[in-house]
Unconditional design. Structure first.
Lengths: 395, 182, 97
């Protein structure tokens, strides 16, 4: 089962992501630098400056302006890209919600990082959870190859006439963005086959005046939101089709819900993002000792893949959900809350144990998975699986 | 899989060492991964960087706690930390030092294999700077045999441009001069 | 004329709630609620055009004779034209027109 690294290039993942944006012949990039996204936008600025990418690079004074520029750019029919993290995402939040309601396709990489306070430049999912309800298509990648491949996928899906949505590409800050690892690049031919030019349904056009971002009084706002929810859910077939097309193109299979050694697993770890890779290392160790353990890793976060998820956990007795963010006020982890809700009406459903780990980039080792497994088993035995636990907190 | 931990001071290129090694390894068809331990960086502060090289796909997304090889770019670090912490029993410590392995082991009570090279002298003579990373990379490769020296040419050229040639010379010289003692 | 907001079904909305035909005052007689209206005395009017310039509603127009008159579909009877007329040629009279 040895996968080869031959033909791949050793490159920092951030730079590979920028190269993918270039290969997509992106028209407009507007972004404000923020750790740990900086290498992406710095490299894009270089590519535009040296002529390798024919695009408008619009430096702005804040992330709020960056997303505003992107809104205008997409409305004008330009292929648009931006990137941010943490406080930057928070600062642009009001426009983030507008852009999805206005059905403006664009791709935004979020180099996942904690939200202040305290001030943290390190990875967790606090930032993206803040815009969980924004109506964007949202996915998570676990490593460099996935990050690179999904730039193309995000444009393909977002700009599709049956989707027309902005797409958020989440990758763990530092852990994925700043690592040098092997990446297999796409050829020009592959890009051409996979990604057609952007043809918007409505475009800012002086010849055909229209109102973008109109006023919505009580009589019509509900209908507008119904239309928006319907549209986001309707993107699912295109999402799956685009992954099928990607598989045909390069042989890498991606799914809304990834499973690892799950068929006979009594206990499943559930993760999102790069922690899933470490989980697989731990699961292989556990399997050696006879534990029936597997992994479910969520790739598609919004729209939520209910059917696929329920199918993946149908045989499990316990789900050990590892959240990399906390929802204050007794809720615990946002992913665990989501999964419990998804499973509520199932006649047969697994117990859900919730750990919050890896906040602000705290290292999560295979050893920690062993510990969480032990603690999960104890909780289930004592009937205390409903309380969430912040794993590894001192005190 | 071989796991390497680099100990340096901010500004000495510890992070770059791992990256160059990773890029060279990937060009040979191997899997590799290089990343630093992130923190508020400042010149002179102790810095940790990591590199993994393997024939199998690497799924490890966490810091290296039990390295096969620990590399010390700056001898003054030996006064403030123990680079052999977590080092595997058969592991090797590669140190930039004017001392011999025997003297080092006596002074710091190291019980592992130790390889020594005066990288500072090499860097001073060839680069006229006390940046020892490229020299230490040469020493590391001699001790570990992880990549072919020729595989460094392209990553060095890409990274160092005009000064690639001098850095390669420093690298090759340390490759020749490093001494390993059991 | 655009359908009123409360008559749209959600399926009829454009993607992104883009509005292709905005509401327009041109579709309605917005002046039909005024309580008084301006009347021009053409023997005093010097055709200076200030009433047209000052009208906040573009509801004063120039006739082919060069004298000015009110468009009572849109004039709301605010009285600014009467106030600004330099010769006192405009009187505000009770009633819509």
């Amino acid at each position: 089962m040895s996968e080869t690294a031959k033909g791949k290039v050793g490159i920092e993942v951030s730079l590979a992501v920028s190269e993918a944006v270039k290969q997509c012949d992106t028209d407009v990039i507007s972004a404000y630098p923020i750790t740990p996204q900086t290498h992406i936008v710095e490299h894009l600025a270089e590519l535009v400056a040296n002529g390798e990418l024919d695009a408008e690079f619009i430096p702005v004074e804040s992330e709020h302006s960056a997303m505003s520029v992107c809104a205008g750019s997409s409305a004008a029919g330009a292929r648009t890209f931006t990137a941010t993290a943490s406080q930057g995402l928070a600062l642009m939040a009001e426009i983030v919600y507008c852009v999805s309601a206005m059905r403006l396709p664009m791709v935004m990489v979020v180099a996942n990082r904690s939200l202040n306070s305290p001030l943290s430049i390190w990875n967790d999912h606090g930032d993206v959870m803040m815009v969980r309800d924004s109506g964007w298509v949202q996915i998570f990648v676990e490593n460099g190859q996935e990050a690179y491949d999904h730039v193309f996928w995000c444009f393909r899906v977002g700009e599709d006439a049956k989707v027309l949505h902005p797409v958020m590409l989440n990758m763990d800050g530092f852990i994925v963005t700043h690592v040098v690892e092997p990446i297999e690049f796409w050829s020009e031919d592959m890009v051409r086959k996979f990604l057609p030019p952007f043809k918007p349904v409505h475009r800012l056009d002086p010849e055909k005046p229209a109102t973008f971002g109109a006023f919505g009084p009580p009589e019509i706002f509900t209908e507008a939101k119904m239309a928006q929810e319907h549209a986001l859910m309707a993107s699912m077939p295109v999402i799956e089709k685009a992954w099928d097309e990607l598989f045909e193109l390069c042989g890498r299979r991606y799914q809304p819900v990834e499973s690892y050694r799950f068929e006979d697993a009594k206990i499943l770890f559930v993760t999102m993002g790069s922690i899933g890779e470490t989980a697989r290392v731990a699961i292989d160790e556990m399997r050696e000792t006879g534990e029936q353990i597997g992994l479910v890793s969520l790739r598609l976060w919004r729209p939520f893949p209910f059917a696929r998820f329920k199918d993946a956990v149908r045989n499990a007795e316990v789900l050990v959900v590892i959240d990399r963010a906390i929802v204050f006020g007794g809720v615990g982890g946002p992913v665990a809350a989501e999964l419990r809700s998804a499973l509520y009406s199932e006649k047969k459903r697994p117990k859900v144990v919730n750990f919050i780990a890896g906040l602000a980039g705290r290292d999560v080792q295979p050893d920690d998975f062993w510990q969480m497994l032990e603690r999960a088993k104890n909780r289930v035995a004592e009937g205390r699986e409903d309380e969430f636990e912040i794993y590894g907190v001192r005190g | 899989m071989i796991e390497i931990r680099f100990h340096g001071r901010g500004g000495q290129g510890a992070v770059t060492t791992g990256e160059l090694l990773a890029k060279a390894a990937v060009s040979e068809g191997k899997w590799a991964q290089a990343f630093p331990a992130f923190g508020p960086e400042r010149r002179g502060a102790p810095v940790l960087a990591f590199c993994r090289v393997s024939d199998e796909r690497i799924r490890h997304r966490f810091q290296i706690k039990e390295p096969d090889i620990a590399v010390v770019l700056d001898p003054s670090l030996l006064e403030v930390l123990d680079p052999t912490k977590g080092l595997k029993p058969e592991g090797v410590l590669v140190v930039n030092t004017t001392l011999s392995a025997k003297e080092l082991k006596k002074q710091h009570k190291f019980s592992c294999k130790v390889a020594t090279v005066d990288a500072s002298k090499i860097a001073h003579e060839i680069l006229r700077l006390n940046i020892t990373n490229t020299a230490m990379l040469g020493g590391l490769i001699k001790v570990s045999g992880l990549v072919r020296m020729e595989s460094l040419d392209a990553p060095f050229k890409d990274r160092f441009g005009k000064i690639a040639e001098n850095n390669l010379r420093a690298c090759h010289r340390a490759y020749e001069e490093i001494k390993l003692e059991e | 004329m655009v359908k009123p907001a409360d008559q749209w079904k959600w399926q009829e909305l454009e993607p992104g709630f883009v509005v292709l035909a905005p509401g327009s005052a041109a579709d309605y007689k917005t002046g039909d609620w005024k309580s008084e209206h301006p009347v021009w005395n053409e023997s005093i009017c010097i055709k200076c055009g200030l009433c047209h310039i000052y009208c906040p509603d573009i509801a004063v127009f120039q006739k082919s004779t060069g004298y000015f008159a009110g468009d009572y579909d849109y004039c709301k009877g605010c009285g600014i034209c009467s106030q600004e007329c330099p010769t006192g040629a405009i009187s505000m009279v009770e009633g819509k027109e």
